[in-house]
Ligand binder design. Structure first.
Ligand code: XIL
Length: 355
């Protein structure tokens, strides 16, 4: 059994063995430690050609989420065309390997097709959003049980507690686009988990604190209005150079729990682009940053999922935005580029698979 990574199969085998007593009769698995599912975002471009990557996903994850292929830009290349093939491929892979699938995402200001710029009327926007959610959630009704319904609703640098992020849905429909998205998803699949997902709320920077306050205000307002949200996603694109606001995160998670909402860590990775070059030192700092963050979360609640945005440094979105000046590859994820576990995997194991 792997001691470095949350090896799913090894765990299941051990649990099954423990369930049979010496007499051969099933016994209660009383000593089974509490597990939190671990997942990773999957890159659909490289899945078909990289077998070792596929194996690593199957071996390490309980849950997968599409890094790109369930966003509007992929599902709606044309206004009247729905393309589910790429997403269906991920669902098939998950089914073959006994993994669950999360959906990402139904309403976001980014990753939308170019033709959407021609959307100008309120009625049109409303009709389109509802139609998209109805068709997409129905298509995946039996294969996806948790959706990021609204992604990144809060302004990047909020100047008030009610400052929402501009974008196609907000600009045309105002804040009610959020209600509409959740109510529609709920109508189509009432028993699914519906998540509101946000980034940039984890550190002690003034901006992160302002965003966390605005996110919290929005969630309270949605609950007050009876909007059917069931969970809160903390993306957790952390920056190793920033201090985690441990108290602030713990209070936020506790508050969400008291509201009756689940908390999910949806996109964890740790930005190392300003750290010194030494790889061991970087890996240690990346792991310590995640440890601070997860420690704060787990001190307040038991998250329904810990998901990283990618599994291996071989494939990470990080250099698109945060390329290191020394030209060295970023190391933000639990496995290195050779698929070997790094200290970050040890941290995830510590919280998700306590022994
Ligand atoms: C990113 C993908 O990882 C990139 O490959 C893509 O170019 C842009 O989007 N928050 C989100 C994710 O909710 O959808 C983003 O994914 C990363 C930030």
């Amino acid at each position: 059994m792997s001691h470095t990574g949350p090896d799913r199969r090894a765990f299941l085998t051990a649990a099954a063995a423990a369930a049979v007593s010496a007499s051969g009769l099933p016994a209660r698995v009383a000593a089974e430690p509490a597990r939190v599912p671990y997942g990773a975002a999957v890159n659909h471009y490289v899945m078909p050609s990289d077998g070792l990557y596929r194996d690593a996903i199957a071996r390490n994850c309980d849950v997968v989420v599409a890094e790109g292929c369930m966003k509007w830009a992929y599902i709606r290349p044309e206004r009247d065309v729905f393309k589910f093939e790429l997403g269906d491929g991920l669902v098939d892979f998950a089914r073959q390997n006994g993994l669950k699938v999360r959906g990402h995402t139904l309403a976001w200001c980014e990753a939308n097709p170019a033709w959407m710029k021609s959307l100008i009327s309120v009625t049109d926007a409303e009709r389109l959003l509802v139609e998209h959610i109805e068709k997409t959630v129905s298509h995946y009704e039996t294969s996806i049980s948790s959706w990021d319904v609204v992604n990144e609703p809060i302004a990047e640098k909020p100047v008030s507690r009610t400052h929402l992020r501009p974008g196609v849905w907000h600009d045309l429909l105002g804040p009610k686009y959020i209600d509409l998205a959740f109510r529609t998803a709920h109508r189509v699949a009432p028993s699914q988990q519906r998540v509101i997902n946000e980034y940039g709320i984890e550190s002690t920077t003034r901006q992160d604190r302002a965003k966390r306050a605005a996110f919290s205000t929005l969630i309270h307002d949605l609950k007050d209005r009876g909007v059917p949200i069931s969970a809160v996603g903390i993306q957790a694109h952390l920056n190793a150079a920033n201090e985690i606001d441990k108290d602030g995160i713990a209070k936020f998670c506790l508050d969400m729990k008291l509201l009756g909402l689940d908390v999910l860590i949806t996109e964890l990775d740790v930005n190392d682009y300003t750290l010194a070059a030494d790889e061991d030192e970087r890996d240690r700092m990346v792991a310590a940053c995640a440890d601070d963050f997860l420690g704060a979360v787990f001190s307040a609640c038991r998250p329904a999922l810990v998901c990283t945005w990618g599994l291996t440094d071989r494939y990470t979105w990080m250099p698109t935005w945060f390329k290191r000046r020394d030209g060295k590859p970023n190391r933000p994820l639990p496995l290195d580029a050779a698929l070997k576990p790094k200290p970050l995997m040890g941290v995830i194991t510590k919280y998700c698979r306590p022994t």
